[in-house]
Design a protein around this ligand. Structure first.
Ligand code: CA
Length: 410
C-alpha cells in the first residue's frame, strides 16, 4: 500500500497504521481523528465526503469528546472505516485531495485522552520484571511467588488519574517509613516510571459471564503506550497485604493514539513456553505475543535525552488473551473503554529493564545519562518519554509517544 501523501519511512503513522484519537484545535470542540505521517485527519470531514455513507453512521459519532461511541459500533464497522481511510489515502484520485482542510499538521492540534475509562487494571506479566522485583524485595533465590506462573497477577488501579501524554505531574506526597524510626510524611524521594503497554476494551460483557481466550481478541479494540508512575518509598511501606495503592494512583500516563489490533496483526509472534502447564481456561492457540520495539528516554532539565531502556512487548509471559480470560473467569464484566495494562516490560539484560527500580537495582547503582549526569530515581523537571513501534520490511506501525515532565510537589 502506498499513499499520495508524502510520509517519512520512519513515521509511526504509515498508511498501514490508521490509529484513532481525539483532537481539538484552538480550543474548539473535540473531534475524532486519525494520524497519517505528520498530520491528523478529521473524520467528520471524511464523513461529509460520503466515504462510508453505506454504513449509516450518525455524524455525531465524529464530534464526541471520546472514542467510546465509535468503538461501540463494533469491529465490523470500525475496521471498515479504517479500510476506507486507507483506500482514500492510497487512491491518487481521492476526493480528499480537493479538501485539504481535513488534513491538519499534528503540531497545530491538541490531542486528548481518547477514551472515557471506566476501570483500569494493571497486570504484572513480565517474568523478568517480577523476578527482579522479587529478588530485591523478598528472596533472591525464590524471587517468584508460588502463584505467579499459574495466573496473570494483577490489581485494580485508579481510572480517574489516567492522563494523556503531555499532561505533567507533580511529585506526589505521602507516608513513608525510613529504615530507622517512625513513619514520616513528605514528598516521595523514590519517584519512578514503569514502561508498559495497555489495551482498550472494545465490547461490553455481561456480569456473570466469562470471556474465553478464543473470544478475547474480539473484545480488544487496540493498544497504547503506558507509563505507570510509581512512588517506590510510598509503595514499599503501604503495599502489604493488599497491594499497590497511593504509591501508584497519583497518575498514570497513556499515549493519545489507539492502534488497532488489526494494524498490529503483522507483528504477531509466538509467546514464551509456559512451564508448568496452565489450567485449561488459560490455554490458547496461535501467535499471541507482539513484536513491538519499546524504548524510554529521560531528559533532565535543559539537558539532552538519553535512552536508558530498550525492551520489547514480545517478552511478556502472559498474553492479553490470557489476561482477559483470567480477569473475567469469576464473572467480572468489562466495558468499552476499560484499560488493561501489561505491567512493567523488562527484558533479560540490564539495558532492557523497564523501571529505574530495576535499572538502579533498588537505588544501589547510578544510571548513566549524557553530560555526566546520573539518576537513581527521578528528579524534578525530568521528562520521561516512552516510544514504541512494530516493523517488518517496509511496514512500520507505531504509537508515537507518551511523555510527561515531573514538576515539584504542590
Ligand atoms: Ca505497573
Amino acid at each position: 500500500m502506498h499513499s499520495w501523501i508524502s510520509i517519512d519511512k520512519d513515521s509511526d503513522f504509515s498508511i498501514y497504521n490508521i490509529p484513532f484519537g481525539i483532537y481539538s484545535q484552538n480550543g474548539a470542540q473535540k473531534r475524532v481523528c486519525t494520524a497519517i505521517g505528520e498530520s491528523i485527519l478529521d473524520l467528520a470531514m471524511l464523513h461529509d465526503m460520503g466515504l462510508w455513507k453505506d454504513l449509516s453512521i450518525e455524524r455525531s459519532i465524529w464530534t464526541q469528546d471520546v472514542l467510546n461511541p465509535f468503538i461501540g459500533l463494533g469491529k465490523q464497522v470500525t475496521n471498515t472505516v479504517r479500510e476506507r481511510i486507507q483506500n482514500t489515502l492510497a487512491d491518487v484520485d481521492s476526493p480528499l485531495k480537493g479538501n485539504p482542510k481535513a488534513l491538519i499538521p499534528m503540531e497545530e492540534v491538541q490531542l486528548h485522552l481518547p477514551v472515557s475509562i471506566g476501570d483500569y487494571t494493571d497486570f504484572y506479566s513480565s517474568i523478568e520484571h517480577a523476578t527482579n522485583v522479587g529478588k530485591m524485595f523478598r528472596d533472591p533465590d525464590n524471587a517468584l511467588l508460588p502463584n505467579w506462573k499459574h495466573l496473570p497477577v494483577g490489581y485494580h488501579g485508579r481510572a480517574s488519574s489516567v492522563i494523556v501524554s503531555g499532561v505533567n505531574i507533580h511529585r506526589p506526597k505521602g507516608q513513608t517509613k525510613p529504615n530507622e524510626g517512625a513513619p514520616v510524611y513528605g514528598a516521595t524521594k523514590r519517584l519512578d516510571f514503569e514502561l508498559e503497554m495497555a489495551f482498550v476494551i472494545g465490547k461490553n460483557s455481561d456480569l456473570g459471564t466469562s470471556i474465553s481466550t478464543e473470544e478475547a481478541d474480539s473484545y480488544i479494540f487496540g493498544m497504547v503506550l503506558f507509563n505507570d508512575w510509581s512512588a517506590r518509598d510510598i509503595q514499599k511501606w503501604e503495599y502489604v497485604p493488599l497491594g499497590p495503592f497511593l504509591g501508584k494512583s497519583f497518575a498514570s500516563s497513556m499515549s493519545p493514539w489507539i492502534v488497532t489490533t488489526e494494524a498490529l496483526d503483522f507483528a504477531r509472534v509466538a509467546g514464551p513456553v509456559q512451564d508448568p502447564d496452565v489450567l485449561p481456561y488459560l490455554k490458547y492457540s496461535g501467535d499471541q505475543n507482539y513484536d513491538i520495539r519499546l524504548s524510554l528516554g529521560l531528559t533532565p532539565k535543559s539537558g539532552e535525552e538519553t535512552i536508558i531502556c530498550q525492551t520489547n512487548f514480545r517478552y511478556m509471559y502472559w498474553n492479553m488473551l490470557q489476561q482477559l480470560a483470567h480477569h473475567t473467569v469469576n464473572g467480572c464484566n468489562v466495558n468499552i473503554g476499560d484499560l488493561m495494562a501489561s505491567g512493567t516490560i523488562s527484558g533479560s539484560e540490564a539495558g532492557s529493564y523497564g523501571s529505574l527500580l530495576e535499572l538502579s537495582w533498588g537505588g544501589k547503582r547510578e544510571v548513566q545519562l549524557k553530560n555526566d549526569q546520573t539518576r537513581k530515581f527521578l528528579e524534578d523537571y525530568d521528562i520521561v518519554t516512552i516510544y514504541g513501534h512494530a516493523k517488518k520490511g517496509d511496514r512500520r506501525v507505531g504509537f508515537g509517544e507518551v511523555s510527561a515532565e515531573i514538576l515539584p510537589s504542590k
